[in-house]
Write a protein that binds this ligand. Structure first.
Ligand code: PDD
Length: 286
C-alpha cells in the first residue's frame, strides 16, 4: 500500500514525491536527519529529537524550513494519514537544490528540502530480539576514514571550502595528526629544491587520477618525487606548491594560512607541470 509522505510542504503519495538530482543531500550528503519512533500512535521523545535537529541545523548553518511546532504537526499528520500504531518517522532536511554542483554553499535564499516518511514496524516495542539479545562484532571506527573511496560524503569538504572563503582564501588543505592530507577536493603538493613532495597513497586521501598522471610526468621529466606526508610548516617553507584535480588540473598555490609561498606567484615547475599535463592529456583524450 502506498504511503503518504511529506515533501516541501505537500502531503503526497510516495510515488509522486520527488527531489531534484541537484539536491545537496544527494550530491554532498549536505543534510541532517532524525528518526522518531511511534508507539501506540504517539511520538516518542519528540522534544529530544526536535532539539537535536535544531542543533544539527545550527551547526551546519542550515535554515529550518519549518518551526518545531509545524514539524510536530507534520509528524502527527503522517502518523494519522498512514495509520501508524508502531513504527518510525524519518525526517531529512538538506541545504536544497542549488543551480549547479558547487562545494561552496548555495545562495542563502535557496529553499531547503524537507522530506518525511513513515515506516510501520508492528512489534517494535515487543521485539523478539529484545528477549534473546543480539550479537555484535568489533570494527575500527573509520567514520569517515576511507577517503580513498570516492563517495558523495562531501559535507566536511564543503564546510572546509566555506571556511576558506570566510578566511579570504580559495580552498583549504586538511591536516591530520600534524600532516597535510589533501585539499577539500584535490590533492596537495609542495616543491622544495626541485623535489616534488606529495602525501603517499593510503586510506587518508583520494587516489587522484590527476595525481597519478602528474607524478608520472614529473618522473619522466627526471624530477625527484617523494610520496610522503608533509606539514604545514614545511609547506610554508617550500619553493612552490600546487593542487591537482580533474577540475583544476595543476593549480598553483601561492599562499598558505596568510603566508606567501616562494615568490608569491605560480612557480616555474608548477607552471611547467600544468603545461605538460594539459598537452599530454589533450593528445590522449578519447
Ligand atoms: N574532486 N581529493 C579529493 C578529496 C577530491 O575530491 C578529488 C577530486 C581529488 C582529485 O582527484 P582527481 O584527480 O581524480 O580529480 C583529490 C573532484 C574534482 C570534485 O569533487 O569536484
Amino acid at each position: 500500500m502506498s504511503r503518504t509522505v511529506y515533501v516541501n510542504g505537500q502531503y503526497l503519495p510516495e510515488e509522486e514525491a520527488k527531489v531534484s538530482i541537484f539536491d545537496r543531500g544527494f550530491l554532498f550528503a549536505d543534510g541532517v536527519y532524525e528518526v522518531t519512533s511511534v508507539l501506540g500512535g504517539k511520538l516518542v521523545d519528540f522534544g529530544g529529537h526536535a532539539k537535536r535537529l535544531e542543533r544539527s541545523l545550527k551547526e551546519l548553518d542550515m535554515a529550518a524550513p519549518v518551526d518545531m511546532d509545524e514539524l510536530l504537526e507534520i509528524h502527527r499528520q503522517l502518523v494519522e494519514k498512514n495509520g501508524i500504531d508502531e513504527g518510525l518517522i524519518y525526517l531529512q532536511i538538506t541545504r536544497g537544490a542549488a543551480a549547479d554542483r558547487d562545494f561552496a554553499f548555495p545562495p542563502e535564499d535557496t529553499p531547503p528540502t524537507i522530506v518525511l516518511f513513515t515506516q510501520s514496524k508492528p512489534g517494535l516495542a515487543d521485539s523478539p530480539a529484545a528477549r534473546t539479545g543480539i550479537k555484535v562484532i568489533s570494527i575500527e571506527d573509520q567514520r569517515w576514514g576511507r577517503r580513498d573511496i570516492k563517495t558523495v560524503q562531501l559535507l566536511y569538504p564543503s564546510m572546509g571550502k566555506m571556511m576558506a572563503k570566510a578566511a579570504g582564501a580559495d580552498d583549504a588543505w586538511m591536516v591530520e595528526d600534524g600532516f597535510v592530507t589533501e585539499g577539500t577536493s584535490n590533492n596537495a603538493y609542495i616543491i622544495k629544491n626541485g623535489t616534488l613532495i606529495t602525501r603517499h597513497l593510503g586510506n587518508e586521501i583520494l587516489h587522484g587520477i590527476t595525481r597519478a598522471a602528474v607524478l608520472r610526468f614529473a618522473r619522466e621529466a627526471q624530477m625527484t618525487v617523494e610520496e610522503r606526508p608533509f606539514t604545514i610548516d614545511e609547506a610554508k617553507e617550500a619553493d612552490e606548491a600546487f593542487i591537482t584535480s580533474a577540475s583544476a588540473f595543476v593549480m598553483p598555490v601561492v599562499e598558505l594560512d596568510g603566508q606567501t609561498i616562494g615568490a608569491g606567484a605560480p612557480g616555474a615547475v608548477s607552471a611547467r607541470l600544468r603545461e605538460i599535463y594539459l598537452d599530454e592529456m589533450r593528445k590522449a583524450a578519447v
